[in-house]
Ligand binder design. Structure first.
Ligand SMILES: Nc1ncnc2c1ncn2[C@@H]1O[C@H](COP(=O)(O)OP(=O)(O)O)[C@@H](O)[C@H]1O
Ligand SMILES: Cc1cn([C@H]2C[C@H](O)[C@@H](COP(=O)(O)OP(=O)(O)O)O2)c(=O)[nH]c1=O
Length: 205
């Protein structure tokens, strides 16, 4: 049995993550892999209920951080770890880098507390590969404006998303071997070419 592989997609809202995750699942399945496509906050019945609160209920930053990590714990123990143990590839739309980017950099929450929660909840588990769809917040904002009613985070101003982007950059600098950075401002086709090149370089699958 091939070993399980844990991949996460990251980037500010509108970067293009959702536009590529199902394509990547198909690319991996075509190579004979079982694939679990999931997301955070969410991925289990309990975590999806916590997601609704986090996305739509006003709350302070510690409450928000505790809820996203509570959702993550349930997601890890009931879905991600069993799938990895069974040799699947787990494709997760967002994971803990989003917490450091949004609650840490965006909302200014204590990064030391987030690191402690990360350690308690994940017990050393990290994605093997994180694909960061990087782009200027103004480009992402233009894309979001065209399609959807904003949630609590998407309605934040450009300065917030500049902080979020910088938060992702700090996580990538701290763990360069785990991150692959895409120019997500390119056309969808060009982003896909970049994504496939990353996957080819990280194989065999
Ligand atoms: N490379 C791209 N160029 C232009 N528009 C894009 C690109 N990638 C995605 N979009 C559009 O931007 C919007 C947000 O894309 P989405 O995949 O939902 O982003 P995310 O999941 O990162 O929030 C969608 O309307 C999508 O069609
Ligand atoms: C995983 C995670 C997400 N978030 C935020 C980022 C996003 O704005 C939001 C999740 O929405 P998102 O992943 O963009 O889903 P959708 O495409 O349906 O909008 O939650 C955090 O603030 N912290 C976290 O730890």
């Amino acid at each position: 049995m091939r070993a399980g592989r844990f991949l996460s997609f990251e980037g500010i809202d509108g970067a293009g993550k959702s536009s590529h995750i199902e394509w990547l699942a198909g690319w991996l399945r075509a190579r004979g892999r079982e694939v679990l496509v999931t997301r955070e906050p969410g991925g289990t019945e309990l975590a999806e209920r916590l997601r609704e609160l986090v996305l739509h209920q006003g709350m302070d930053a510690l409450t928000e951080a505790l809820l996203v990590f509570a959702a993550r714990r349930d997601h890890l123990v009931t879905r991600i770890e069993p799938a990895l143990a069974a040799g699947a590839v787990v494709l997760c739309d967002r994971f803990t880098d989003a917490t450091f980017a949004y609650q840490g950099a965006g909302r200014g929450f204590d990064l030391g507390v987030l690191a402690t929660l990360e350690s308690w909840v994940q017990q050393g588990r990290q994605p093997d590969l994180t694909v960061w769809f990087d782009l200027p917040p103004a480009v992402a904002a233009a894309r979001r404006a065209a399609v959807r009613a904003p949630d609590r985070f998407e309605s934040q101003d450009e300065a917030f998303f500049e902080r979020v982007r910088a938060g992702y950059a700090r996580r990538a600098e701290a763990d360069p071997g785990r991150f692959a950075i895409l120019d997500a401002a390119a056309t969808p086709e060009a982003v896909r070419v970049q994504l496939e090149a990353v996957l080819e370089s990280r194989g065999p699958w």
